[in-house]
Design a protein around this ligand. Structure first.
Ligand SMILES: *Cc1c(COP(=O)(O)O)cnc(C)c1O
Length: 388
């Protein structure tokens, strides 16, 4: 195949004229940061997710960090997440001085396995090593088994942060992801490869007023300007108090205006992703691949379309052939516990076999709303060619 073909990336942003004008309008306005676009984007996210409180932040990694701080994760605490995720899902706990552990995935949903979680919780209860927080990750955009995880949270007394970086616009049962029906906090990412973008950006949502207040304060130095939250009496209109140790994880108004404009197209984005996903399901069914499964009663946001090459020894060759055909495939994810940093903490190859087995065959093929029908035909054709 010739290499002068355009490169089709596995994921990328879709920016239209309305998005461009929204950003330009902020540039011409009074506030480049902490202005009205932030509040408007937060209101938009509340209506999309059904959450009562939303704080936008500089990125999802920051939002995960602040979510852990709001739940008072600290040294001596344990946080569990999925090994099949981006490193940020685990790093947030380390930032707080807590210990991280992983719960293996279900080989079909590729999300945290409830059976593995139950087994690990039983063991941890006997050992006196229960987690303070569990962070399920909605891999590729499809919600984890939140009702079951919520029931276990009550039984064993842990808190839940949903890492919904892939999943804005997804649904679990009757509710949008982010409604936090079975969790304390939900985190979203607006990185350009995700569903809607603010360039860099993230958000944390909750229905708990106290957590909502903490999320809002911790992203801006732990400072409050609300007299009701102050330790001392206000000394005047200039007065603010720092009451906790927060960070500067604020989003700019330029980003928020882009995000709000993008939210207008959330439904069309998801619909297009489903068209692409349905076509892949049909066209790739006969190939020696394991295709991603969409479960009933949920709507995936279809951030990724992760296929598995059944003969794992051929994965690298297939990947390389696709790349040389200008198909921007990628792999999501190298299991976090296999990263050198985590190996140095004591994790070993073989610790989470389902995540490792999935990784051995995994390739994410292009999936984003700017793909044309012809782009998708090229991906399908190249894949068939690579698997001959
Ligand atoms: C992208 C991603 C993050 C981090 O998002 P940023 O906004 O880039 O910080 C965290 N978790 C998961 C699962 C992600 O895919």
């Amino acid at each position: 195949m010739s290499t002068d073909l355009p490169f089709i990336s596995y994921g990328r942003q879709s920016i239209d004229q309305q998005d461009i004008e929204a950003v330009i309008a902020v540039l011409k306005s009074d506030y480049l940061t902490q202005g009205p676009a932030i509040t408007a984007f937060e209101a938009g996210l509340k209506s999309v997710t059904g959450a009562q409180f939303v704080s936008v932040m500089s990125n999802a990694t920051a939002a995960l960090h602040v979510a852990c701080l709001a739940l008072e994760v600290g040294s001596g605490d344990r946080v569990w997440t999925s090994p099949n995720s981006f490193v940020a899902s685990a790093n947030c706990a380390l930032y707080c001085g807590a210990a991280v552990d992983f719960v293996d995935i279900d080989p079909v949903s590729l999300n945290m396995s409830v059976a593995a979680l139950v087994e690990k919780l039983d063991q941890a209860e006997r050992d006196g090593s229960l987690p303070k927080v569990v962070i399920p990750v909605h891999f590729a955009g499809e919600s984890c088994d939140m009702a079951e995880i919520g029931t276990l949270a009550k039984k064993y007394g842990f808190r839940v942060i949903e890492d919904a970086s892939h999943a804005i616009g997804g649904r679990y049962g009757d509710n949008p992801v982010g409604s936090s029906e079975y969790s304390d906090i939900t985190v979203f990412s607006f990185h350009p490869v995700k569903i809607v973008t603010t360039a860099e950006g993230g958000a944390a949502s909750t229905n708990d007023p106290e957590l909502g207040r903490k999320l809002a304060e911790l992203r801006t130095h732990g400072i409050t300007r609300d007299p009701a939250q102050m330790i001392n009496a206000s000394e005047g209109a200039w007065y603010y108090e720092q009451t906790s140790l927060g960070l500067n994880y604020r989003m700019t108004d330029l980003q928020a205006a882009l995000g709000l404009s993008q939210l207008d197209r959330l439904e069309p984005f998801i619909a297009k992703r489903h068209l692409i996903g349905d076509r892949y399901d049909d066209e790739l069914a006969a190939l020696p691949l394991t295709l991603p499964v969409r479960q009933s009663g949920r709507r995936s946001a279809l951030h990724l379309y992760p296929i598995q090459v059944k003969d794992v020894d051929r994965r690298k060759a297939v990947f390389d052939k696709l790349r040389s055909a200008q198909i921007g495939v990628n792999v999501h994810y190298i299991p976090i516990h296999l990263q050198p940093y985590y190996q140095a903490l004591g994790f070993k190859s073989g610790d989470f076999p389902a995540a490792e087995h999935y990784y051995a065959g995994a390739i994410s093929i292009p999936m984003h709303p700017s793909m044309s029908d012809d782009d998708q035909l090229r991906v399908i054709g190249a894949l068939k060619q690579a698997l001959i």
